[in-house]
Design a protein around this ligand. Sequence first.
Ligand SMILES: *[C@@H]1O[C@H](CO)[C@@H](O)[C@H](O)[C@H]1NC(C)=O
Ligand SMILES: *[C@@H]1O[C@H](CO)[C@@H](O)[C@H](O)[C@H]1NC(C)=O
Ligand SMILES: *[C@@H]1O[C@H](CO)[C@@H](O)[C@H](O)[C@H]1NC(C)=O
Ligand SMILES: *[C@@H]1O[C@H](CO)[C@@H](O)[C@H](O)[C@H]1NC(C)=O
Ligand SMILES: *[C@@H]1O[C@H](CO)[C@@H](O)[C@H](O)[C@H]1NC(C)=O
Ligand SMILES: *[C@@H]1O[C@H](CO)[C@@H](O)[C@H](O)[C@H]1NC(C)=O
Ligand SMILES: *[C@@H]1O[C@H](CO)[C@@H](O)[C@H](O)[C@H]1NC(C)=O
Length: 816
Amino acid sequence: MDFRKLFLHSSLLVLHFAFSSSKDTITINQTIHDGDFLISRENNFALGFFSPGSSRFRYLGIWFRKVREQTVVWVANRDDPINGSSGVLSIDQYGNLVLHSYHNLKVPVWSTNVSVEATDTCVVAQLLDTGNLVLFDDRSKSTVWESFDHPTDTMLPGMKLGLDRRTGMNRFLISWRSAADPGTGNFSLQINPKGSPQVFIYWGTKYIWRGFPWPWKYYAYIFNASFVNNQNETYAAYSVSDASAILRLMLDYSGLLKKIIWQEKDGKWNEFQSTPRSPCDPYGHCGTYGICDPEFLSRRFECDCLPGYEPKSPRDWHILKDASGGCVRKRLESTSLCGHGEGFVKVANVKVPDTSAAVWVSMNMSPRDCERNCRRNCSCSAYASIDIAGKETGCLTWYGKLMDTAHDREEGNDIYVRVDAVELAEIAEKWNGFLKRKDMLAILVISVVSAWFVIILFTYLWLKKKKKRVENQVEGSMSHPEIAFFNLSTILAATNSFSPANKLGQGGFGVVYKGKLSNGKEVAVKRLSKDSGQGIDEFKNEVLLIAKLQHQNLVKLLGCCIQGEEPMLVYEYMPNKSLDSFLFNETRRSILDWRKRFDIIVGIARGILYIHQDSRLKIIHRDLKTSNILLDEEMNPKISDFGLARIFKGDQTHEKTNRIVGTFGYMSPEYVVFGKFSTKSDVFSFGIILLEIITGKRNNSFYQEDFYPSMIGKIWHLWREERAWEMVDSSLKHSCSPDEVLRCIQIGLLCVQEDIMERPTMSAVVLMLNSEISLPSPKQPAFTFRKSSIISSSSLEPKERFCSVDEETITEVVCR
Ligand SMILES: *[C@@H]1O[C@H](CO)[C@@H](O)[C@H](O)[C@H]1NC(C)=O
Ligand SMILES: *[C@@H]1O[C@H](CO)[C@@H](O)[C@H](O)[C@H]1NC(C)=O
Ligand SMILES: *[C@@H]1O[C@H](CO)[C@@H](O)[C@H](O)[C@H]1NC(C)=O
Ligand SMILES: *[C@@H]1O[C@H](CO)[C@@H](O)[C@H](O)[C@H]1NC(C)=O
Ligand SMILES: *[C@@H]1O[C@H](CO)[C@@H](O)[C@H](O)[C@H]1NC(C)=O
Ligand SMILES: *[C@@H]1O[C@H](CO)[C@@H](O)[C@H](O)[C@H]1NC(C)=O
Ligand SMILES: *[C@@H]1O[C@H](CO)[C@@H](O)[C@H](O)[C@H]1NC(C)=O
């Protein structure tokens, strides 16, 4: 022992100087002292001592070697820092890696603490290019310890997160305490193997977020996640499709799970995704048997109860908007849920409830058998028939409480919730819309009485509102500093009483006029068509919400006017009008060189990303097109008309709408045919805009040409023959690099793919535009057949709505 102590001292003096910094291993007689590094063979990672932020303490850690900003991915002595630069790392006589403070060479600060059978002389520690520090027996080459089994807050590609039942090892991430303290923080990311395994973020021992349960629907853009669950192991891992990309998944000290990628161009880490962020993300936000809707388009509150359930405390629920109490079953006392004619109600496209209370009955079972299976067992509260990798249909059944259900229109599954016979009958009645004759008289009496009541109520409300409006005019913009309420007279004066000369254009929701306020400021006034189906207060709420969305690529809403027949919105004025006025104009299009067009593409993508996920509200634009992209003096793009889809919510249900607002040529197939919209429909429209920007041609201007039904039809055809360059706007060709343009075309084609799941999310699009990351190859886009066949060759069932279309650029189609 004494000898070893002596040895450590002497080696410090000798080897400290002799140490070669290009080494990636340490063996028995070497040490790493503060100031030395191990560097992995391909120069990807370094191991050494560091002090985070302003901390004076020293930690042993691993960081990215090629990233300018020191980014630590693993820390050895996270809870036992060394005071001053006096750390020594070596291999002790038992073959363990040990970290000492120079001032105390007896008791290690940190140790790998494994029992190694081999003698110390043949144990080697090596820093691999994956960022893994391994300790292995040099003779048998067997690993005795590795840092990937003891992660701190970062998960690197190739690392496994989860349980190894053979060794009893559980690997999970624990956040740092703060940016300058890598000590064990309060948040952790763990796999809970109960029921069907899921990933959770814990705060202490409490769940705060739940990932998608068994990730049966993995589709990989850049992060290629995988999941293994067998009798030996349950773990999640990921790989990277592009080996040159530097990225990581980390749980930061505030409890956010982030996917981040290093952007060499900007010299900083860019966030690719971060959770929790939507109001529905916190675990159990709507309580037991509740269901959360992150878009809550059709309600004022994001929480609702599953069918057959009602709020436990209606007061908390409706007035305080606190859903944590959850829901309880209706008619709990009077009817039984079992063996009394009960049935199942479908809830479509949801993140399925917490599966720790669920059981996979079978990986290969028809939906009908799955239902039978659930019905047989009285404690089965719901089931789902889930398509696994397009091969099998798994049957998942829940027993007991249903927690943490939320609508997810992109990756959700359908679940079937057990309800009693009464509920089933009520739902059937609603669907049929027919009432028994016997009830007609009663209904008639009730309706006459309630009609009178409604008339009286409305008169009262109207009088009250009228009074309030007068008050509002006095209040003006005082109560909402971010938005102004304009008087009708002000608007009339500004727009010269809506003189036709001031008309700027016609959008999907109304006519736009140019105006000049008395202070000389130029504005654009949008007169919304009357049928928004909203009351004044609702309208005001919506406008206040929308006014809070602020982004450099969104047109700024200055105020509104709620006097008069139609509500009006007042926007900042964009002197350069809209993108289509440049793109499709022979003389003006040359003003937009490639640099400008690329900046416009990126700007539009950032704006859409913001409304999709970065703002608190999740907004789907639904009518993205070049005429809705306005340009400011510097030709920066600004998206207009966002949020209007919220105001004109009309009679839409959760994921379908009876009223299709949009423009042919920009609408995704699932939206045109089924009225189904999601953020991916906006991605589709973005893809069209991108391709129009590059080609300078309207997507729907091809209908006269025989061979190609649309611009994307033609570009897809040429792309496959590697002739896409022929489609690039000729006025661009001298100002651009072909590689860059072709990359953009590829991104555009990825966005317009027919399959919703194959289309990238907006965050992936922004990433692809801003990096050199390799791109997947696009599959067949939608609408590559002749345009007229969209309407006539419909495979719609008779009950589906049918749209009559007579122009190629209609802005609004109302379907019956
Ligand atoms: C380590 O150093 C000791 C003392 O200098 C020496 O006896 C031993 O052979 C060395 N071991 C290795 C593997 O170099
Ligand atoms: C660290 O060392 C410095 C002097 O070297 C001393 O003043 C300080 O108290 C020490 N801090 C701790 C926490 O031991
Ligand atoms: C080392 O491991 C043993 C059991 O494997 C454990 O009892 C002991 O507390 C550990 N020591 C340290 C310092 O972690
Ligand atoms: C962790 O939680 C404890 C108990 O709630 C709290 O006192 C402490 O400040 C938290 N620590 C951090 C770093 O948030
Ligand atoms: C589990 O481990 C045992 C023994 O290590 C092995 O024989 C078996 O094939 C493993 N099973 C799976 C599914 O990997
Ligand atoms: C994703 O990972 C799986 C399993 O690790 C692998 O089989 C597959 O080839 C990977 N896909 C891509 C695109 O890298
Ligand atoms: C119902 O399912 C639960 C959970 O799988 C099980 O424990 C129980 O025995 C089942 N009851 C019947 C009657 O099959």
